[in-house]
Design a protein. Structure first.
Length: 131
């Protein structure tokens, strides 16, 4: 149990640091473009992606002991859930004006892709028994 808690804690901290750095860069770019941080659900998008990635990784670590052969499917299911959350909560807000602007798309896709990369890296480590 202790090892599992450490794995999740390390993952959560590294993901938080990564997302914080990218969020900082994203915020600076939006500042120079005179776009508000609150205009495109940027903060909720980063927070949602962080917590969903943490939940998915928790599930993967829990499944590793008994269902190692299903980790890939669980990982893909987690990505499906993230897109479901996007289409249920974010997409309707983005489409209120009839179109989805590049800033709106990037507000969700940037943290989504970063979380996906970090999750993939840690899934590989889990499958190779390196963590």
């Amino acid at each position: 149990m202790r090892k599992m808690t450490k794995q999740i804690l390390v993952f959560g901290i590294k993901l938080l640091i990564s997302l914080s750095i990218v969020f900082g860069i994203h915020s600076v770019i939006l500042y120079f473009l005179n776009i508000s941080l609150f205009q495109n659900l940027l903060i909720p998008s980063y927070l949602t992606n962080y917590f969903l990635a943490l939940l998915i990784f928790f599930i993967l670590v829990k499944m590793k002991k008994k269902h190692l052969d299903l980790l890939g499917f669980a990982f893909m299911g987690g990505s499906f859930v993230k897109f479901g959350v996007y289409f249920i909560f974010f997409n309707p807000v983005f489409k209120q004006d009839g179109t989805i602007s590049p800033q709106e798309a990037l507000a969700f896709l940037t943290p989504y892709l970063l979380c996906l990369i970090v999750e993939t890296f840690y899934l590989i480590k889990l499958l190779n028994n390196k963590i």
